[in-house]
Design a protein around this ligand. Structure first.
Ligand SMILES: [Zn+2]
Length: 279
């Protein structure tokens, strides 16, 4: 979420008032809608870009281009147009002033997507209508307790956009570490102090990351965000708070990192990848 928020803020400042010359989708699979056609953006003026959960909404009068970057996508503004041979390009919105708003995706998988919707259809779109309340600023403590009161582990629960919107695989590790909670504790088993700790963590960690990006990200959104992470992707390093070794559990497409000393009562949890290999 903090990466999407700073992207929305920088792009919005950059594109507001710019007129669209044409729009095309070289990565055909990225565009999930066909009516209205993408080129309906041509001739319109961009009002700005806002964040909805982990998505970006590029607003242009009565049209909205809703974009989900997934894990490897970037929406960036360039001074010059891309070569059509740039294989990372998914969607190009060419501006009359020569600049180009470009959805790119790195890596081999094509997961990032966009939908061109009429502005009044955005709230009802399935990707938006199913979102829970936004994670930042966090909902009040009692509402948060109600949202999380489900018999599911905190790690998947906090990443479930229908429960609460905006938390991804990196920040969930940071939130749980900051709140000193086990990723395997169940939401329905949180006591009042633990909900409060999580509430404070959401405020500090997500708010802190946005403030950090406000400081270090210039007008141009970099390919790689300078994420201020303390535990995520830091397995094997020392916990910055207590010095214990940060452990990791590998899942099929993500890694969960935690401090055993402070989050799991000293227990190192089984790495499912390792245990599968040892069978
Ligand atoms: Zn620690």
């Amino acid at each position: 979420m903090p990466e999407v928020e700073i992207t929305a803020r920088r792009l919005s400042a950059g594109v507001a008032g710019a007129r669209v010359e044409s729009a095309l989708a070289p990565g055909l699979v990225a565009l999930k809608t066909f009516d209205p056609p993408l080129d309906a953006l041509a001739g319109g003026e961009l009002d700005g870009v806002r964040r909805i959960g982990k998505m970006l909404a590029v607003e242009a009068g009565d049209l909205t281009l809703l974009v989900h970057l997934m894990s490897a996508g970037r929406l960036q503004l360039f001074d010059e147009r891309a070569s059509l041979r740039d294989r990372a390009s998914r969607i190009l919105v060419r501006l009359v002033d020569g600049r180009e708003l470009r959805l790119r995706e790195f890596g081999t998988q094509q997961r990032a997507w966009a939908k061109l919707l009429s502005a009044d259809a955005v709230a009802g779109d399935e990707a938006v209508a199913t979102l829970g309340p936004d994670a930042y600023p966090p909902p009040p403590g009692d509402e948060l307790a109600k949202l999380l009161g489900q018999p599911r582990h905190l790690h998947p629960l906090l990443r479930d956009q229908r429960t609460i919107a905006g938390i991804g695989r990196s920040w969930v590790d940071e939130l749980l570490w900051t709140a000193r909670l086990s990723p395997f504790q169940k939401g329905s088993e949180l006591d009042g102090d633990e909900v409060e700790a999580l509430h404070t963590a959401m405020d500090e960690v997500l708010g802190g990351a946005i403030a950090h990006y406000e400081d270090v990200v210039g007008d141009t959104i970099p390919d790689k965000m300078p994420m201020p992470l303390q535990v995520h992707r830091r397995a094997g390093e020392e916990c910055p708070r207590c010095g214990a070794r940060i452990e990791a559990i590998h899942f099929k497409d993500y890694v969960m990192c935690y401090c055993p000393e402070e989050q799991t009562g000293g227990r190192v949890l089984k790495d499912r990848r390792l245990s599968r290999l040892l069978k």
